[in-house]
Each structure stands twice: as C-alpha cells, then as structure tokens.
Design a protein around this ligand. Structure first.
Ligand SMILES: [Zn+2]
Length: 344
C-alpha cells in the first residue's frame, strides 16, 4: 500500500559499524499520548557486500529464533561481516512481550498482514515498514518461526516455489545450506499464502528462507542449535559472514505439502487423542486420532483418518480442540528432477 511509514529509528542503515537501538512505532494510548512502542533493531555494516535481513518474533510465542538472533546480535563484531546484517529478534514486539502469537494491542497476526498498511493498526504498520523499508535493502531474508502455542513441528526450513528455475535452485540451495532435517517447498496452503513476510520478500526480489524449529510455546534445544548453526552456514554461503567457522550441513530431506488433503482437521469440539507421533510415516486411511466428548462420556469418540500418506510434520499441541482446528499436517518427498538426482 502506498504511503510513508510513520515508524522511525535513530539507526542509520548506511553507517559503518554496529548500532543497537530500536524502531519506534507510534502508538497513542491513555497513558502515553505521544508514545511509541520499541522494536529492537541491530544493524551491522562493514564495507560493500550483500545485505541479510534476519527476523524472529514475527509470532511472539516462537522462541528458538528469538534466542538465536539475540545471541548473534550480542556477540557479532563488524569485522565478521562483509556487507550488512539487519537483525530484528522480536519483530512484533507487543506479541513477544505478551508471549502470544498475535499482538495484544490489535489482535494482529503479523505474518498474515503483509504487505501491510502505513495508516493501519500497529501490526499492519510493522508489516508495511518491513515490506517497504527493510526488504528493499535486503538480498536475503531469513524469518525464523516455530509452531507456536498450538502446533509442534518437525525441525524444518521452508521456501515458497521460485518464480524462475534459477530462483528455485537458489532457494533449494539456501535450505541445503541451512541443513534442517527436513526442507520443504510450500505455497502456504493452510498457512499464510501471499500474506507472509516471505511472500513480501519474494515479491520484492529477495531470497526468503523461513524455518519451523519446534513448537508448543517452549524452547527446543535441538531447534535452537539448528537455528544458530544453520543461520551461520546460510550467512557464510551468501557471503555476509565469509570467514565464519561452520560445521558441514547435515543432509536434508526435500519435501512438500500436497494441498488440503495433507491436513487433518477437527470437525467437532472435543479432546484430541493423537494416534501418530511427529516425524512418523503414515498411510492414507490410517487412524490419525480420536476426538473425545467430555460432556457425553458414553458417546463413542469420533475416529479421524489421514486422507493421504506422508511424514507427520505438524501436530496440534493443546488437547482441547474446536471444530476447524488443524490436528496434523503431512509432507511427502519432493520430486527434484534429474539435476538433483543425487539427493534421492
Ligand atoms: Zn510463526
């Protein structure tokens, strides 16, 4: 959406060296008529080179990326960077401060509001600033997510399909460098589609990598270790941290999500008893779980079946479930074609 952002910062993105401050998101409330909300921002620039935009806290209750980026922002020195790193470890800061997926100010789900609106709600204003100010500076965008309170996720990296064969190959290369156990290509079915930060980045010509590093609104140690090692490998491969000492990327498994049939949803309110574990291979027609009805103990639980075969990539975390809640998402191996046959 056209219009000038009202978000501002004392950080000069063109200045050499390391600057740590915040974005100032104007927010006028009963107790702060001319106030702003701080969104932490660290910018490290050293000479000419590519720019990487690193984001976590897009959803406030996803923690591996928040910690990984705070660790990086705290420890990195300008001489380790070639080009520019822009780090926002808590992008939707009100949601992060509340430990929630969405912002408590406007119920805004940031990763469903891109490309945003400079005159909209606080969360829409953040999306607009990222789309119109930060992404245009970036060659590479990494948005670190996890499953949040409602989902657990296999540790994975994901990209949207490239718009050209070259872009697609570069995106697969990013996931190979990140080195998650699973790397998947998804157009966002079941998720945010074109309303995500990654979609806004791709629209503006940047390479965008997203992750899912755990879930259940807790911190996975394995997910945090992967975030830190994978990020370093991606930044080295992209030339932003050329001297970084990294371990070789473990081989990843390229997968994809095949339409709505990959999902299992609840059709009634009840208590969800899962019959499959995260990471398990399941077959079409296999029992996915049962829904129990606590108010009607003699009613037979409803049996839920997988509608397709694949790897259990996502599982609902809370047991209490409403009609329409996602219980499982499956992935299947991606057909990479002959040029990637060595991954098969
Ligand atoms: Zn998320």
């Amino acid at each position: 959406m056209a219009g000038e952002t009202r978000i501002w910062t004392p950080i000069d993105y063109e200045a050499e060296g390391k600057q740590a401050d915040c974005l100032r998101l104007p927010y006028s409330s009963d107790l702060s008529a001319y106030g702003w909300i701080p969104i932490p921002l660290v910018c490290i620039k050293n000479g000419v080179g590519p720019t990487a935009l690193l984001v976590a806290g897009n959803h406030g209750d996803e923690y591996e990326g928040q910690i990984a980026l705070a660790n990086l922002a705290r420890t990195i020195r300008p001489d380790q960077v070639s080009g520019r790193l822009i780090i926002l470890p808590a992008l939707n800061f009100p949601a992060v401060a509340a430990g929630r997926r969405v912002s408590p100010i406007d119920e805004g789900n940031l990763n469903r509001l891109f490309p945003g609106d400079p005159y909209g709600s606080p969360t829409q204003m953040i999306a607009h600033y990222v789309s119109e100010v930060l992404i245009p500076m970036a060659d590479l965008v990494v948005d670190l997510h996890s499953g949040g309170r409602s989902l657990d996720y296999v540790a994975s990296a994901l990209v949207r399909p490239g718009r050209t064969p070259d872009e697609h190959a570069s995106l697969l290369g990013l996931m190979e460098a990140f080195g998650a156990p699973v790397s998947f290509v998804s157009d966002g079915t079941g998720g945010g589609g074109v309303t995500t930060l990654a979609a806004a980045a791709q629209e503006r010509g940047a390479l965008a990598l997203t992750t899912e590093l755990g879930g259940g609104a807790t911190l996975s140690r394995q997910g945090l270790a992967l975030a830190e090692a994978g990020l370093k490998r991606v930044l080295k491969a992209h030339g932003v941290m050329p001297q970084a000492v990294v371990e070789a990327a473990p081989r990843t498994r390229f997968m994809t999500v095949k339409g709505h049939g990959a999902f299992v949803y609840a059709h009634e309110r009840g208590i969800f008893e899962p019959s499959a574990e995260l990471g398990e291979e399941v077959a079409s027609g296999q029992m996915a779980g049962r829904l129990h009805f606590p108010g009607l103990p003699t009613r037979e639980p409803e049996t839920l079946l997988f509608q397709s075969s694949g790897l259990v990539a996502t599982r609902r975390f809370p047991s209490l479930t409403n009609r329409g809640d996602c219980l499982f998402k499956l992935m299947v191996d991606l057909d990479l074609g002959p040029e990637h046959a060595h991954h098969a």
